[in-house]
Design a protein. Sequence first.
Length: 233
Amino acid sequence: MLTCVQIFVFIQSSTITLTKDPLRRFELTINSAATQAVLLAVMCLQQNVWELSRPHQDFVIGEIILLLIGFSVCLTFPRRPEVYHAGKVVDGQWTVSAITHLSCSWCTSLLALAVSKGHLSLEDLPTMNHIARSRELHDSFNKRERKGKLAKLVIISHAPAIILQHVITLIDAVMAFMPQYCFFKLLRALENQSSDVSVSITATTWAAGLGLSMLLLNFAGTLEVLLNYDIIC
């Protein structure tokens, strides 16, 4: 399996490197990051790294580190170069890398400008992207030539965002139990703690899982709020 993982990651990396179109390259990096995240989960769940023999353990840890590096690098690829409209730069929400987009840090430069100037004027704000500009939005809505009541048409137009919102809400509800589960397993590991090194490693692993689950839970809640106000509203 590990050899297949190496070959698969190498093929993905070569494809990303040779792709010239920035949008296509961004899609490939997102697919590669998702694939490597799944491989990481499978490798961690399939076997207990700490119970392997030392040579095999070092090899598996090396594979995990490589996958983590590849996953992190894939999230740093920008989606496209800066776009300008009417002589002004377009809002970078859909221009920056995936990690910058998900962390909502694409507007850091604008916030820094507000701090330095003490205020923001209309000229300081970037131009809205084509999804938010009223003319493009109106033309896109009319181009579909759908008939029916306005409320129905609005719901159909926002159907992907509404579905995504429900999916994130479901994930958020499921992940709400993860901190309690990790905390329970941590307490069980601490009750069984002894001089055995594997028990201490297990407790440390569940403690890290507790922190990670709380971080992901907060991130899912923030993403849901952003989706509500940025896409649906």
